[in-house]
Each structure stands twice: as structure tokens, then as C-alpha cells.
Design a protein around this ligand. Sequence first.
Ligand code: GLN
Ligand code: ZN
Length: 781
Amino acid sequence: MSSSPVSVGALGAPRIGPRRELKVALENYWSGKISQDELLKIAADLRAAGWERQRAAGVSIIPSNDFSFYDQVLDTAVTVGAIPAAYGWTGGPVSLDTYFALARGTQGQQTTCAAGHVHTDPAAGEGLPALEMTKWFDTNYHYLVPEFTRDQKFELASTKVVDEFSEAKALGYHTRPVLVGPVTFLKLGKSRDEGFDPVSLLPGLLPVYAEILRRLAALGADWVQIDEPVLALDIDDATRTALTSAFEFFARAVPGIKIQLTSYFNAYGDNLATALELPVAGLHLDLARAPEELDTVLAKAPAGLVLSLGVIDGRNVWRANLPVILDRIEPVAAKRGTDHLIISTSSSLLHVPYDLAHETGLDDELKSWLAFATQKLEELVILGRALSQGRDSVKDELAASAAAAASRKASARIHNPQVAARLAAVKPEDSNRQHPFSERSKAQHEALNLPLFPTTTIGSFPQTSEVRKARAAHTRGELDDAGYEAFLRKETENAVHWQEEIGLDVLVHGEFERNDMVQYFGELLDGYAFTRNGWVQSYGSRCVRPPIIFGDVSRPRPMSVEWAAYAQSLTSRPMKGMLTGPVTMLQWSFVRDDLPRATVTRQIALALRDEVTDLEAAGIRVIQIDEPAIREGLPLRKADWPAYLEWAVDSFRLSASGVRDETQIHTHMCYSEFNDIIDAIGALDADVISIETSRSKMELLDAFVDYHYPNEIGPGVYDIHSPRVPSTDEMEELLVKARERLTPAQIWVNPDCGLKTRKWEEVRPALVNLVKAAKLLREHA
Ligand code: GLN
Ligand code: ZN
């Protein structure tokens, strides 16, 4: 068999650099260590190397404009001149410094909390604030939220798209430029003025896009990839109509260029008819997330439409089983013709690390099951060859792929019969505490004997440079176990004594031994692996290294009990045991793709359940199970929420319910917006939940009030995203607001989130004030 070659290529490549070169360059530029020219040169070299890597891998479609100094949505805003007036831009090319001001504020007002959530502080400092940042669909990548005014004008303010096409062309690469589509761009933005839908700005925006397309066509571009992932969401008719007008406009205005309409992270679902009616030359399908949609599309797609089959998972790190994929796509090629097919990744490869070859710490067996961006390009090329020249032309590669899949499937490292048996034996009542909250709370109050408005913190204390240095020295082997342990004990002891001294009621040990709330536990659990260089961009120059859950998860031995027991031995006040919840442990990892996420989460829940009961047995009477990621795990489509929330809630309950009534279970979630998931929050049945409320001036509590939330709540009164020390008065005022909404017996007094990102100089006075505020409230109660 031999037919015309199939086009293959990814929707986008990682851009931070195989060794995070862009991160380093950005940070050096921001701190004045390198010049703008040096930064531009490093960026150009990285782009060139990225294109070369793809050509060397043998793909035929190479994207351009997938590079960004910070974020592709910000790039789009700058390209079309959607820059809020405050930034002082008055037309013409946008300077790099204006770009970075939009991204980071002029005084670096962007901060992360202990859970890695990003906040920009509009009130901080004198300078300009950054644009708001939020998560890109259901990924852990953050984009900058464009801001529009009612009379927003658009103009071509940056020629980045065109320039990068020319730059590649000059180097001999004929690329396919990628653009964030106009409707997605508007949909993701927010309006500064009340009462209008940014999508209504479309007519003014389309000519700018058309101008870019025209310039690209003039330079010889034949295809462009326009990403409209709003098609993966629940959208209204106005948005569908906007999509239709946008692509009809392009077809009329720039008939010479072929558009591949691209959506990802989900099925098209009820947006499929719209997508299929648009006058575009190609349509991309995310067949990792929505394999079932292929048949529907095959039945309905016009014969001339080029289908881009996203068969290689762009969101995960698993090696594909190529013969199985071929079984699925060979008939498509036969039916539609290889010239009407593109073999691609399900999404951009931005969401996976660069290259498995950089992993020196993973064993060969595990590595044989994995594929990072470079390996995924190779997989695309093998698939393309198999389709164009027959499977025999890549016999060895296909055999290796199948063998790796078979080895993974059969491996005893992945399948732990005890874990499976235990999960199978779980009974519904295992997810229930012994008695309802009304009874438990009595037992807890007797056991703990806390004052009204008890005070506590969320867990971590400042991770000072000494703490980080000691950890790094220990990792490098320069500080031995005993030395490191002694150091951590001293830090813990100081923290415990200080908390006693200032009069906090429920103490914490401070989490000094933890590098990260997920990594710390992952490293102690079986079934998790960690990379050395598996960085993926979280936002701007910030990268994370998600752990890889490759096998059944179990707990070989207690993980936090020694630290908690040690800390409890230093005080007679209750010491809170501190754990990361099952959904968060899942959500911030690459998860195995051979089991439902619900099953993996339940495995983690059972491991945590043992930890919870061991903490109880060690004399810990208060245990907090953090779940800051429950909300971000929500599926993109509302119809999928109930199923997710059911297993998410059940997993939390499973982890928490092994204890006696008098053991108090806390949970913590640092985000806003509880309204649409308040039923699920209630169903967690945590005895106490601490939340982030200080910025919203307690308005977030309304969701709990309307729900008649019966359990106890610690509404945050200290905004930990800011170095500012809140006064006693301020915190008391917030508590008074809380008391207007809740019964006094329900209220706890605590900060918004963990304190690891703050300095002791800020934390000390702030917590002293917090304790005072609680005392004042008690006096007035
Ligand atoms: N216990 C964690 C800490 O304080 C909680 C972090 C979080 O969930 N936001 O660091
Ligand atoms: Zn937080």
C-alpha cells in the first residue's frame, strides 16, 4: 500500500525551553541582568531550535506563533490593540515593557498562595496592576484575561503572527500559524463596563484578523490554525452565531487562505453542527478526550473537509499504542483519502514536558511507557508513515509501541491486587462518619474544649530561605538525614512555641518538611513517580513539575504521623494534622489513562484514610484535609458536573470517615465562587471548612448562608496574597460581617490560606492581630 503522504504535526509545541531557557531569560530581563536585545535573541534561538526539532522529527506541519513571551491570549490582546487605557498605550507598536506590564503589573503584584493559585493584587503598590489571570479551560496553565470596554476599538497593534511566520520562512520552515480565534478571545475576556457581552464586539475585531490573514497569505502561508476552544464549552446561540459570522467573514475577505478550525479538551457535542457548517477547509478533533465523536463526524462531514485527527494525547505523558490507533484511522484514510487527513496531537504540546531523554532518574521500564513532546512528535511521524507507506515501513516501531503497551498492561508495578481488592470491598457506609454533625460536634466540643471563635492557621508557615537551603542541601547530599531532621525539628519547635505564646487555639506544625503539598505525599506513596526535568508552563515564567501517577496508589507506611505527633508532644493545645486531599492529589498530577479518574482518586482516598486513622491513633484530635483543587476539576460541560462531583465528594468522605465522632475533620479551599457547587461542599460534611473570604469582604459566605450550611466555617480574615499586615480592627470588622451571617458557634478565625509564601516579619504581627480580633469578638459576643 502506498498513497499520497499524510500530513502530520502537533497543534503547538512547548515554548519555555528544554532547560527552561526562556524562564531564565525572562527573569534575568525583569531583574535588569540582561538587555532587551539579549532577551529577543534568546527567544529567537528558542523558536529556531523548536522548529528544527520538529523538522528533525520528520513532521510535515510545523506551527508558528505558538511561541509566547508570556501567554498566547495576552499576545492576542496586544495584537488587536485591546489594551486598557491605564497602560498608556496610544497606538502604534506595543513595547515589550507594556506587554510585561499587562502580564505582571509594574511592581510584580502577582502572587501565588500555598496552593499555587495566582492572584493579582489590584490594590498593591503605586504601579499598574497586572491583568487578571485564570486557568485555561481544564488545564493547569493560566492565561491573562483581556479587558474590553463597551466602545472598544481594535487595530493591528502587533505584527507578531506575521513576523514569526516570516522569521521561520527565512530559516526555511514553511509554518502553519496558530491564532486564538476571535470568538474564543472575546469570550475569555471580561468587560470593564456593565451590561454588555464582549462577543458583541466581534464586528470591530474581524477586520483586524482579516488583515493578519491577508498579510500571511501574501507571505505565502497556505494554512492557518484558528483555535476556537469555546466549541468545547456550553455556549449560547449568540456565540454560535458569532462563530458563523466570523468564519463567513474570513472566507469572504481572505478566500486564498485555508483555515483549520480547531477545538480541543472535549467533544464538540451540541456545537458539532455549528462547527461542520462553518466555511473552513479543515476541522480538528480531540480524539484523546472524545474518541467517540469520530464516527459522528465521519457520517456528517462534507467530503472535501480535511480532518485533523488528534490521536496523540497532548495533555498526558503516556506512550500511545500505535497499532491500536492505526486500526482506528486506517479505515478513515481509506474512505476519505490520505490527502484529506492530518494526524495530530489532541491539543497543543504546551501541556507536556519536552523530552523524556532528559529524565535520568526514571527507570527504563517506566520510561518505556512514557512519551513527552519529542516522543509524541516521533509517534506522529510513525503513524503518518504507516498510513502513507503501509505498516510494514515502520514494522519495528509499531512492534515496540505495542510491546510497551503490553508490558505496561501486564506489569505488577501497576496492578496491586491488594489495592483492587480493598477498593472492591468498600461499602457505602465507609464514606459516612459514625454520627451526623449535630452529634459529632457535641463530642468534639467536649473533647477539644475550645473557646468561641477559635483561632487557627491553614497549615504552612513561611518557607524561609533557610528552610529552602536546608532542603536543597539535603537533596544534594550535603546535609545528612540526621542533620536535616534536626533542623526541621527546631523549626517546628519554634513555630509551635510561638503559636502557644501568641495564644492561637488550634496549632499547626508548620509544614517545613514539605516541598510542595502534592509532591511531599506523592513521594511517600506507591504508584507515583517524579521527574527531574518534566517542567510544564503554569503561567509566564512559572513552571511546575507534575508528578506522574503510573500505578495503583497505596501507602507503604505513615507519611505525616511522626511530624504531627512530634509537634503534638510539644504542646497541650490541639495540634492539627495536615493532609492533601484525594482530588487535589489527582488534579495536580499526570494521571494514568488506563483507569477512570474516579478509581484513581478512590485509591488515593483509601491511602489517606489510613493516614487519617493513624493520626487519630497517635493522639491527633484535629485533622485537616486540604482540597483546593475540587473546583478546578469541574468538567468543561455542566452536564458532566454531577458525575464528577459525586466521586470527588465521595473520595473526600472516604478519606475522612474512618475516625471517631470526637476527632474533628477540617478541610480548606482557597478560591471564590462556591455558589454553583455549594451542595457538593455541604456534602463533604467536613466538621470545619476554611475558605478565602477576606478580599470579597465576606460576600462569599452568602452561598453558605443561603444553603443553611450547618457545619463550622473559618472565613479567611487575613489576605495572605499581600505583604500588608491587616490590623485588628480590620479583621474584627470582617468577623462582625461573618457573625451577621452565621451563628457564633459556627465561626472560626483564620487566614485565607497557608502562609508559606509570606515572610515571618509579616506573619507574626498579622497573627497577633488575628488572635486579638478573635478575643475582641468573644468579649462582645
Ligand atoms: N495546608 C496547606 C498550606 O497551608 C494548604 C494549602 C492550600 O490548600 N491552599 O500550605
Ligand atoms: Zn490558596
